[in-house]
Design a protein around this ligand. Structure first.
Ligand SMILES: Cc1ncc(COP(=O)(O)O)c(C=O)c1O
Length: 366
C-alpha cells in the first residue's frame, strides 16, 4: 500500500461541486481583485478566529512582515522568535530591518516560555510566538511577559487556525494573528494566500492599504510605499467554501490523531504529540512524532510507501546565508534529528491509518 503525506486530488473531490460552483461564480462575475468574495471570506475568518477584523494577504510571510511594519518595528529593534519554526517566521524580521533574537523551544515544539525573559533587552519590541502544527504556544504566560515589558505580540498562527486556549482562538491573542493558506496548511487554498487577524482598527487599515501599494481605495490617497500583496478573490472564494467544512475537518483530524495514539502509544523511543494541557486544544495540522532512530525511522516509512515530512533536519539558524546568531539551542537540535510527521489530513482513509500504524510498529519489532 502507498499512503501519501497528503492527497490533494482526493481532497478536491470531497468538495468538488462547491469548489467548481465558487470558480464559476467568480469567473461569471469577472471579480478577480478585492471584490465580494474576499470581503465575505475576511468577515467569516474574523468571526471564526474571534477578532474584529481579518485582512487577506497573499501569503503567511506577508502577514508577518506587514504585522511588524504596522507596529512600527524596524531598524534598531529586536524581535524574539523561536529557534524551531519555518524560516519565514524569522525572515520577516530582518526584512523589516529589525534583529531576530532566537529562543529555544520546549518539548511541545513551541517557544520555551521560561527562556524568553533572559533575552529581553531595551531594544526588544515584540515577541513572535509560533503555534506549530496545530498546537498553541503558552499564550497566557507570553501575554504576561508582554505586559510586564511592554512588548507587542505578533502571533504566527500559520499552522494553527482553529486551535485555542481556554476557548480563545489562535490569532486572537496578540496585536495580530498571522495565517497562511498555502495548499497544505490546515486551511489551504489552491495557491499561496494569507491573512492578518486583529482587533485593532489602525492595524487593519494599515494592512488594507499596504497590500494595495499604500492606497486607500476609497479616497485614492497613498499613505505609504506599499506592496501588491492581496489575497486573490478567487482563492478567497475557495477558502470560504473550505471554511464551512472546517469544524468538521478538525474533528476528523482529532480522530486520526486518536487512532495514531491508540496504535502507537507505549512504543519505546517514540514520542507522540499528545500533551494534555488543560484548556489547550490541539487541531493537528501535523502529527509530528519524535523517533530516537531519526533518519533510520523515516527512511523505513518511506521505503514502505508512506509519505512523511522530516522538517527540519538542519535548523534554519545553521544556514550561513541567513546570518543568524546561534547561541546554542539544545532542544531544537535534538528534535531536528528526530522529527517525522506522519500522514495527517482529512482525506486519509482508515485503512491507510491502520497501515501507517502497522509499519511504525513493525519498525519497532511489534
Ligand atoms: C510557521 C509558519 N510561519 C510562516 C509560514 C509562511 O507562510 P507562507 O508560506 O504562506 O508564506 C509558514 C508556512 O509556510 C509556517 O508554517
Amino acid at each position: 500500500m502507498k499512503v501519501p503525506f497528503v492527497n490533494p486530488v482526493r481532497n478536491y473531490h470531497l468538495i468538488k461541486e462547491e469548489i467548481d460552483a465558487a470558480y464559476h461564480d467568480v469567473m461569471e462575475k469577472g471579480d478577480y481583485i478585492d471584490r465580494g468574495h474576499l470581503k465575505n471570506f475576511e468577515d467569516n475568518l474574523a468571526k471564526f478566529v474571534g477578532t474584529k477584523y481579518a485582512v487577506g494577504l497573499n501569503s503567511g510571510y506577508d502577514a508577518l512582515q506587514v504585522s511588524l511594519r504596522a507596529l512600527g518595528i524596524g531598524p534598531g529593534d529586536e524581535v524574539i522568535v523561536p529557534a524551531h519554526t519555518f524560516v519565514a517566521s524569522c525572515s520577516a524580521i530582518p526584512n523589516v530591518g529589525a534583529a531576530p533574537v532566537l529562543v529555544d523551544v520546549a518539548k511541545d515544539f513551541n517557544i520555551d516560555v521560561t527562556k524568553i525573559e533572559e533575552v529581553i533587552t531595551n531594544k526588544t519590541k515584540a515577541i513572535m510566538p509560533v503555534h506549530l502544527s496545530g498546537w498553541m504556544a503558552d499564550m497566557p504566560v507570553i501575554m504576561e511577559i508582554a505586559k510586564k515589558y511592554n512588548l507587542y505580540i505578533v502571533e504566527d498562527a500559520c499552522q494553527s487556525l482553529g486551535s485555542s486556549i481556554n476557548g480563545k482562538g489562535a490569532g486572537a491573542w496578540g496585536n495580530t494573528g498571522c495565517f497562511s493558506f498555502y495548499p497544505f496548511k490546515i486551511l489551504g487554498g489552491y495557491g499561496d494566500g494569507g491573512a492578518i487577524t486583529t482587533d485593532d482598527e489602525n492595524i487593519a487599515f494599515f494592512a488594507k492599504r499596504i497590500r494595495y501599494n499604500g492606497e486607500d481605495r476609497d479616497s485614492g490617497e497613498y499613505y505609504m510605499h506599499g506592496f501588491t500583496c492581496l489575497l486573490d478573490n478567487l482563492q478567497a472564494a475557495f477558502l470560504d467554501v473550505k471554511l464551512k467544512h472546517f469544524p468538521k475537518w478538525i474533528k476528523r483530524r482529532k480522530e486520526v490523531a486518536q487512532k495514531y495514539y491508540e496504535g502507537l502509544n507505549h512504543l519505546p523511543d517514540l514520542l507522540l504529540p499528545h500533551y494534555n494541557v488543560p484548556g489547550f486544544d490541539h487541531v493537528y495540522q501535523n502529527y509530528t512524532v519524535r523517533s530516537k532512530q531519526g533518519n533510520e525511522f523515516s527512511d523505513y516509512l518511506k521505503k514502505n510507501g508512506i509519505g512523511v515530512l522530516t522538517q527540519f533536519r538542519k535548523p534554519y539558524y545553521k544556514h550561513k546565508g541567513l546570518n543568524l546568531i546561534d547561541r546554542g539551542f539544545p532542544e531544537t537540535e535534538a528534535l531536528s534529528r528526530e522529527v517525522c510527521s506522519l500522514p495527517m489530513n482529512v482525506e486519509i482513509f482508515d485503512e491507510e491509518i491502520d497501515y501507517v500504524i502497522k509499519v511504525v510498529r513493525s519498525f519497532y519489532g511489534k
